[in-house]
Design a binder for this molecule. Sequence first.
Ligand code: GLY
Length: 311
Amino acid sequence: MIVVASSNGIVGIQTAVQVLRAGGTAVDAVEAGIRLVEANPDDHTVGYGGYPNILGQVELDASIMNGRTLESGAVAALQGYPHPISIARKVMEELPHVLLAGAGAARFAAEMGFTAQEMLTPEAQRVWQERLQRHMPPELFANLHAQPALRDWVRLATDPERAGGTVNFIAQDAHGDIACGVSTSGWAWKYPGRLGDSPIIGAGNYADNRYGAAACTGMGEMAIRAATARSLVLYLKMGMTLAEAGTEAMRDLADLHGRFLSVMNIIALDRHGQPAAFSSQQGKTYIYQRADMVEPIEALRTFVAIPTRWG
Ligand code: GLY
């Protein structure tokens, strides 16, 4: 039994391991771990405390995948609910659908009994306001909702280095079943309605008991274009080692053309319970904990260079 996570999963990994020790499933462990990250107001890339879109609205994306059945559920651009990972799980378990977005996702959350909450914290609101006012004349900022064109402001305000913070969790339970979950508030100051890779199965999240699982943090647009999580798992299916599969999935991203390329990170687990992680930034880490360990280990990600371009 093992739980693997991006470094910001540190607030939830011990709870996730405890769920496995108590006989919970991989899906239970992933959900439990991610909920604690979503509840952490100091993490400005996930859940409560997440930075808003350019209009000051917190829009959350999340997905969960069961590697035993390949069932999955996701919500995207969800406003007003603090635990998108749990709502994504309900989509997987209660609906004949995989992905709900926007008002439909919020309606479903209410229908399933989730409690609505103001998601913009005073701290996130202050940073949003300061960041936009650095670029915008005060009268424009005061009438942001009425602006006919937001596209140039999104490009100016977004910091590509901070663009895609997210949390990833992968767990393997006592039965050998694997599950993978991802949750994010997406790019700070993004265009309203923008979805990243986190709610897109195959892009930011993929799990298949027969081969392994992978999940991404970083610039979601890149993982969508290269189908990164599914690619890594497919490379495992084709017979590559975990190190080879992760490196190849990162190299696919390095081949992307276009004007906007930034950071990408992947965590992965193979079917034998072996973890690994990859990053386009040197010195980045991830965490994992096996059920017989008293605390998680922080390990270095394999560096694979990806060019960065912005505009
Ligand atoms: N990787 C998260 C996002 O791009 O929204």
